[in-house]
Design a protein around this ligand. Sequence first.
Ligand code: ADP
Length: 468
Amino acid sequence: MISLRNRLVLIYALFICLSVLLVGLIINQFAGKLFTDFVTENINSESREIINSITDQYDPGTKSFDVISVEAMGMYFVHRGYIISIEDTLGEIVWDARSCDMQQCAMVINEIADRMEREYSIGGGFQLIQYPLVYNDSPIGRLNIETYGPFFYSENEAAFLSGLNRFLLVAGITFVLLSVLVSILLAAGISKPILKAAEAARHIAGGELSARIPDSYTIRELHELSRSVNDLASALENGERWQKRLTSDIAHELRTPLTCLQGNIEAMIDGVWEPTAERLSSCYEEIRRLNKLVEDLNFLSILERDNLILHKTEFDLNKLLSSVVELFKPEALEKGIEITLVNSGKLMISGDYDRLTQVFINLVSNAIKYTDHGSVTVEAAASLNASEGYYCEVSVADTGIGMDGEELSHIFERFYRSDTSRNRNTGGAGIGLSIVQTIVKVHGGQILAESEKGRGSIFRVRLAREPD
Ligand code: ADP
């Protein structure tokens, strides 16, 4: 299987090579055409210059040409690739380059024909063009110019053209090499993080949940990829930690009551203790507590692990609180505590009615459990201005045993019970407030607690609500 890096390099390199080739060909064609036009124009203007120079050598007095000057010029033109001959009006040859220096002419002809055919594959040949020579509107003879057609390059022009082609070739090769280098770096920049992510995922799959990818990428997709892998690892790590902690917490919570139960029942079986109704009911009470603990744990696990699905409806919060308070009135009456709901009228919110009922049952139940005398007050109030955001706050206040700062900082942890609470044997397992906090969080709300040892506590639950 071809790697992503190689594939990218191959595609880039192929694309760049083709582009350079195409651009090179276009430039070559375009520059070639321009240069040919330029050279053709040059040949025409040189031909005109030859005509003028030869005409200048005509002496109207003697009606003849200055042959010495014509010869000097003629040989100069031969060097430039123009083999000329001059005839007078009667057709008699006045001067002919070939007859003057046959060897030189043959050399120039061969050199130009060779250059044009071999190097530029221009299949032309030496062509003769005849121009009438005119002096003061009277014909004075004829000029024959033999030159390579349709056009030819002089030595300098050929050198310029081959220099230009060499430059294009070197520039093209340099550009291709640089582009391939850049594409290798670019492809490596993309494939490396993907390989790293794959390696991290392999480590994670192998159980190494602490594996992470350094997330410093500025490319959005790569940043997303590394973040997803890291999030996946964190989620798995949290899950594993949660599982380990839960197992050890459960083992710890179950060990003591089970050992105690085992001891009691063994003592009764061995006949050390009489199985009185009182002892049996104490054992039953312990079993009931264990059952409640398992139920709470199950509920908490549903909340924490299975992403609680809320069945949201619109309802009056005060109505919910009123039914919770009613539920606890007999218990409060039994303990001699006053329980009141400060009802501020209808307070509509959107939430899961059953789950929120569970929240306030736990809070009010705690308030009664940890209050020996005095009162428990439940109150719901809505935020008044938009700048604070729209929310409503339910407070559950009691005048009970309260907590110090240290206790307060742990109350939302699973299985946490203050020493006072343990000594009181309230029957709680320290899960109630964890459940409360989880439900409130799932609703996008907030729970806060304030307390003073010996004076009471107040729990505040803030829930978002639509403005009226
Ligand atoms: P529990 O089932 O033990 O009550 P919770 O999670 O509901 O478990 O509460 C955790 C601990 O927080 C309690 O054991 C108790 O120490 C403390 N606590 C909770 N509510 C109150 C309260 N209203 N007054 C005093 N202490 C409280």
